[in-house]
Design a protein around this ligand. Structure first.
Ligand SMILES: C[C@H](O)[C@H](O)[C@H]1CNC2=NC(N)=NC(=O)C2=N1
Length: 104
């Protein structure tokens, strides 16, 4: 997947396809805070997200405190946002969606 930085309009378009992600000041990263019912669920999410990150060869910056996971996505090599950040954001959201739907 392309590691070229996205311009303003492309970022706006890509962000509109996601839920709960915000553009960080300076527009070089997107951020989202996930909240779970427990530490175990938060860490389960992080484990699955880590495997998705390895598959994409694109890795998050994140901070976990109990049931909260703060995620920051940016392409370090490009010093900005690329398709890879949005692909990982979508993969992380899909992991959460799958977890919710398997719990009916
Ligand atoms: C060699 C390897 O493809 C690179 O180091 C990858 C790994 N994961 C990465 N993750 C992120 N977020 N940015 C990068 O530039 C990056 N580069």
């Amino acid at each position: 997947m392309a590691r070229n930085t996205l311009d303003g309009p492309a970022i706006t378009e890509a962000l509109a396809l996601l839920e709960g992600w915000a553009l960080e000041h300076g527009a070089t990263a997107i951020v989202k805070t996930y909240k779970f019912a427990s530490f175990s669920e938060a860490f389960g999410f992080m484990t699955r997200a880590a495997l998705a990150a390895e598959t994409l060869d694109h890795h998050p910056e994140w901070f976990n405190s109990y049931n909260k996971v703060e995620v920051r996505l940016s392409t370090h090599s490009a010093r900005g946002l690329t398709q890879l950040d949005f692909a990982l954001a979508k993969a992380m959201d899909d992991i959460v969606d799958r977890r919710d739907s398997s719990r009916t």
